[in-house]
Design a protein around this ligand. Sequence first.
Ligand code: A3P
Length: 268
Amino acid sequence: MEDIDRLLLKLKGYYFDHLSVDIGFIENLDDFEIREDDVFIVTYPKSGTIWLQQLLIPFFEYNFQKIYLGKRPSPGLLSTHLSYYLVPRGLKNKRAKIIYVYRNPKDVMCSYFHFEKNVKLQFTRTFEEYMILFLEGRVLRSLWFDHIKGWYEHRSLFNIQFMMYEEMKKDLRGSVLKICKFLGKELSEEDMDTVVRQATFENMKYDPLANYDKIITTAYGTNVKGHFLRKVTIGDWKSHMTVEQNESFDKIFQREMKDFLLKFIWDV
Ligand code: A3P
């Protein structure tokens, strides 16, 4: 585990990936211009970020290139994994809307493990080792518990809607309706059908854009083995974790999430 510091870069108490982080950008993030019609997707990694993007794209003229070039389209759809205390001031003033997607952390951990293994060639951890790192927050984007608790406990600062990955999976249409209500948008039945159809796993599975193929190969090279869209199940952790691992996870979860109000779905 000694190579952690080589792979990760801690800035303002939060782990970034030294390959992709723009230190100047992070340091000046507080002043990043937030527009009233911007919508932010906020997630801890592997919680359904791309899925939300796919759902929301029809609402926006979405173009990553423009964001990188600084010519942001308006309204803008932006995604971030940042912790609540790192985001621009304008968001804390409720200037823009935020959709926070969360997923049960055992499935997050398994999805993250496969992602790291497939994408990063230098990744040599066993699942057992990875679980320790995940539960200590010694992974890219730091501790899952801090992320969700930070956002939820400071929700009154933000204009924020919490969405659960598993609920989206069980009832995608109902979830889109909830998002529409939050964004103040109305969709015709026909548009609703299109949005839902485009965001199904079957439609996204082989879409290079939805799998971030270009971004991943630019950052990590062309030997990447896996896809962003992997298994898409609820309760995949059951095929990864031993009884003992599950018990020790539960113990930590209960300690960390005591009195936490949001509910979780652990299996189908
Ligand atoms: P799995 O690795 O468990 O399959 P993120 O976009 O935040 O990195 O999250 C990735 C996870 O979201 C992956 O989980 C991926 O398969 C899942 N996902 C992406 N699109 C999905 C969809 N249309 N339906 C359900 N899950 C989806």
